[in-house]
Design a protein around this ligand. Structure first.
Ligand code: AOS
Ligand code: ZN
Ligand code: ZN
Length: 385
């Protein structure tokens, strides 16, 4: 039988630097107390999440939001704080130049500028020791006929190939897809199939990242996860919750059952094996809730769903499936989902030398009061966004 606690101890959930900054919607960004003023302070906040959960040892950076002069120094600082640098997220959506796209833009000059930024992100991976580049393109068109859909695919393929060539040993890129927004008529990487096709053509260092908020309502995300894992193309997740669009709410908040179903396919496909290289990242914004507790709660939500997925009695499930016992198979699945795993996780944390409840431990730690007093003028997550 699987040693569930050992698997849960080994699971790593990566928090994003931008979750610690001020955020909001296009209507209003709400400034909160104690928000980091620079990338160093974001790392310090991420270290708090790791200190209380024990399973969030890396932080994703976003360039240029986390731009510093010396990335090696930033990585050293992270290590001192008790965390490592995770995925490097590129940004080819924020400059005026990118109004009509970045790597798929009709102008060769803009495409060059965008690709150069992606290559610069690989330099930053070299300097920080990060092994993952995350690519999300806001590219697309708003009106039929605005640009040539097929030519844009050619331009995308060309840029991806150049970045792929630049990757060193042990480095990879993850290509993210998104149904719509900011482009509304035709997005250049709208779905997992498009991302998969580009990655499959390039080779093993190109994989797909599934952002759970980037699908049409009703999409069976766990099917996508099962398919990509089977093909060795599931590079990781950007976890969050959605009710309507790309809401970036806390993972597991809107639909914990969906998260369980996703995690079951991860377990079933061997995706928790560190060798599988599946990165469990959060991509969230905490517009109205406090940020560090929001991240702690999110890490716990992923952990709870993972524990439930590990509890599925695989032998009983296989037997019921083989017999065509529809209700029996479904019952095995639901039994696991309906199990309260919180006592198990509290026990696990105590075995790891942590407080059983990370939320109350953080609240009692006095960290928030300290940063609220010390930090004045916190940064916006996506400055200028
Ligand atoms: C955008 O919708 C995506 O989810 C990206 O992952 C994006 O790169 C991230 O939000 C940081 O900019
Ligand atoms: Zn994302
Ligand atoms: Zn998104």
């Amino acid at each position: 039988m699987t040693d569930i606690k050992a698997v849960l101890r080994a699971q790593h959930i990566e928090t994003p630097s931008w979750a610690y900054g001020n955020s909001g919607t296009r209507f209003k960004v709400f400034a909160q107390k104690g928000v980091p003023r620079d990338p160093y302070e974001k790392l310090a906040d991420a270290a708090q999440v790791h200190a209380h959960t024990g399973i969030a040892p890396t932080v994703a950076l976003h360039i240029p939001w986390d731009k510093v002069d010396d990335y090696a120094d930033l990585a050293r600082h992270a290590q001192e704080a008790g965390v490592g640098i995770g995925a490097i997220n590129s940004n080819v959506f924020q400059d005026d130049d990118y109004m009509l796209g970045s790597v798929t833009h009709p102008s060769a000059r803009v495409r060059r500028k965008a690709t150069d930024h992606l290559l610069e992100c690989v330099d930053i991976m070299d300097a920080t020791g990060s092994d993952t580049l995350k690519l999300w393109f806001s590219d697309g068109i708003n009106y039929p006929g605005q640009d040539d859909i097929r030519a844009r695919q050619d331009r995308l393929a060309e840029a991806l190939a150049e970045v792929y060539e630049r990757l060193g040993d042990g480095q990879r890129f993850l290509l993210e897809y998104k149904l719509f927004e900011p482009a509304f008529y035709a997005t250049d990487v709208p779905d997992w199939g498009t991302a998969y096709a580009h990655c499959a053509k390039l080779g093993p260092k190109a994989q797909v990242v599934v952002d759970t908020g980037h699908h049409a309502p009703g999409t069976n995300i766990e099917f996508i996860v099962a398919f990509l894992l089977r093909e060795g193309k599931l590079g990781g997740f950007d976890f969050n919750s959605r009710f309507y669009a790309d809401d970036d709410l806390m993972v597991g908040a809107a639909d914990p059952f969906q998260l369980f179903r996703i995690m079951y396919e991860v377990v079933r496909g061997g995706g928790l094996d560190p060798e599988a290289g599946v990165a469990f990242m959060l991509d969230q914004c905490h517009n109205i809730e406090p940020k560090i507790p929001g991240q702690i709660r999110s890490v716990m939500n992923v952990q709870e769903a993972t524990a439930k997925a590990l509890l599925v009695d695989r032998d009983a499930l296989s037997a019921a499936q083989a017999e065509g016992d529809v209700l029996g198979a479904n019952a095995v699945f639901m039994d696991a989902y309906n199990t309260d795993v919180r006592p198990l996780l509290a026990e696990l944390r105590e075995e790891m030398g942590l407080a059983p409840d990370p939320m109350s431990a953080y609240a009692k730690s006095g960290h928030f009061e300290k940063i609220a007093a010390e930090r004045v003028g916190g940064q916006q997550a996506g400055w200028g966004a």
